[in-house]
Design a protein around this ligand. Structure first.
Ligand code: NAG
Ligand code: NAG
Ligand code: NAG
Ligand code: NAG
Ligand code: NAG
Length: 454
């Protein structure tokens, strides 16, 4: 629509010049009249015919037509691009539908990217305005139209943003269906809670659920997931915490998956001053959040039922060693079929991981095992059936489980179980024994994996 406006106006301007030239005139000036109208002053020379000046003006006109045509082509290309974006969005929705038949399909929900491209479109229009740097009043109306075009584009942009929101919600609904589908699968899966297997042999492709509830990709640090031992009535609960730094200030609780997607929390816990955490390696277990707290450096819990805090210092745990993707990750909480765990490193272990079992009633360490995985080389760690699994980076979009330590037998294994990641860094990775899935907070995005056992 908008390139057409521009074209029509230019054609009328150009034909005005052409008809003047046809007259055989040489001296033409333009100005703006008192009431803002465009005035053309034509001087007809009575002696020599100024052919060279006419030619020059015709050349200038041609150049301008060329320039405007180039700009029109550029705009056409961009408006064509927008049509493609919309088509891509539609295709995304179709992709989700196909996910229902195959939950292992890898989907990227990149609305952020679409928004950026829409903004680029707006910038291009501004650039176009600047590049048509003509001072003649005839072209002022062109400027006007270009300004109007920018407004139209802005309207288009906001229109498309609301469209994006609608599509996002549609997308979420489809995702919900997928989740229900997987839950059905889980319900008939007799292996939940069962440790009669010989460990992990593979992970599915990641399911990228969506950007965090703050809708900010700058909220790189955080975590999300489900309670690993839900209290009665809280079986469908999801939790989320995110921030721009490793500091931990608050937790959001959602009654079910729908509410998580709609970002409609039933509870928002702002951690009481003095009880703020760090490191983002928390876990929710038995309606209690376990996290690291630095004053004093301790493992801390917030009981969501009673809203009470408590902490225990682990004297051996060192604040000096963190995982490779973030600072401050000194204590990593995990839960599996056997209960609650905390993973840290000590001066005595020289930075190698130590796995400790937490006794829930007393909130003390029951037993601890030393492993040979250097914490600083590890991306994150989690527990499954009493076995600790450690991950590390292979490439920008590939991670691998490279090491396991079995607390029952003391056996350790070098592994190479690669898995895809959506973004390079992640700050929370935990297994959930209630659905046998891995939950990852992948630099702002909610990601999950199905786990395949031997
Ligand atoms: C055009 O007309 C103006 C006004 O009479 C005059 O000053 C100027 O010299 C003319 N230019 C040419 C190229 O004839
Ligand atoms: C959308 O999907 C259709 C059919 O698979 C395909 O022809 C088209 O190129 C896709 N469009 C985009 C923008 O990916
Ligand atoms: C616009 O035109 C004016 C006058 O011809 C010139 O001084 C200025 O540098 C031009 N600006 C750009 C961005 O081309
Ligand atoms: C620009 O938009 C304004 C307000 O809609 C309108 O009055 C004006 O005529 C438009 N200008 C052009 C050149 O289309
Ligand atoms: C949490 O608080 C509830 C209610 O006071 C209590 O019954 C439960 O044992 C507490 N859980 C933990 C792990 O502290």
């Amino acid at each position: 629509m908008f390139p057409l406006l521009l074209l029509l106006s230019f054609v009328s301007a150009a034909s005005a010049w052409t008809s003047l030239a046809d007259w055989g005139s040489g001296n033409v000036t333009t100005s703006v009249g008192d009431s803002g109208q465009c005035l053309c002053h034509v001087y007809l020379p009575d002696t020599t015919f100024p052919a060279s000046r006419v030619e020059h003006m015709q050349q200038v006109t041609k150049d301008l037509i060329l320039e405007v045509n180039i700009q029109i082509t550029t705009i056409d290309r961009y408006s064509g691009k927008m049509v493609t974006f919309l088509s891509e969005l539609k295709n995304l929705t179709i992709k989700v539908a196909s996910l229902e038949s195959n939950p292992d399909n890898y989907i990227k929900l990149d609305f952020e990217l679409l928004r950026i491209e829409l903004r680029e479109f707006e910038a291009l229009v501004t650039q176009l305005k600047d590049s048509l740097n003509v001072t003649s009043p005839i072209f002022d109306s062109l400027y006007d139209e270009i300004r109007n075009m920018t407004l139209i584009v802005n309207q288009l942009e906001s229109y498309d943003k609301s469209n994006l929101e609608v599509i996002r919600i549609e997308f979420a609904k489809l995702q919900k269906k997928l989740e229900d589908c997987q839950r059905e699968e889980d319900n008939i899966n007799p292996d939940i809670g069962n440790c009669k297997h010989e460990g992990i042999v593979g992970l599915s492709k990641p399911t990228v659920i969506q950007l965090n509830a703050n809708l900010l990709s700058s909220y790189q640090y955080g975590g999300w997931g489900k309670d690993s031992k839900p209290a009665r009535g809280y079986e469908s609960m999801y939790w989320y915490s995110g921030y721009t730094s490793p500091s931990v200030y608050n937790f959001y609780l959602y009654s079910d998956y729908d509410k998580l997607i709609l970002r409609s929390s039933f509870k928002h816990h702002d951690l009481t001053e003095g009880w703020e955490g760090t490191g983002n390696n928390y876990i929710v277990h038995g309606n209690v959040i376990y996290y690291q707290h630095n004053t004093p450096f301790s493992m801390t819990k917030l009981n969501l039922t009673s809203a009470k805090y408590d902490y225990r210092v682990i004297p051996e745990a060192a604040q000096k060693f963190s995982y490779s993707y973030s600072t401050g990750q000194n204590m990593d909480f995990a839960a599996d079929e056997n209960g609650l765990w905390v993973i840290y490193a000590t001066e005595e272990s020289k930075g190698k991981l130590v796995v400790a079992k937490i006794d829930e009633p007393t909130f003390g360490i029951e037993e601890a095992w030393s492993t040979s995985a250097y914490k600083q080389l590890v991306g994150n760690a989690f527990m499954v059936c009493g076995v600790m699994y450690a991950t590390r980076s292979v490439a920008l979009n590939t991670e691998e489980i490279f090491y396991s330590y079995d607390t029952k037998s003391g056996q350790e294994r070098q592994l190479s179980i690669p898995f895809e990641k959506f973004q390079e860094k992640y700050f929370n990775l935990d297994y959930n024994p209630s659905d046998q899935k891995l939950y990852m907070y992948n630099a702002g995005y909610y990601v999950s994996y199905n786990v395949k056992f031997n």
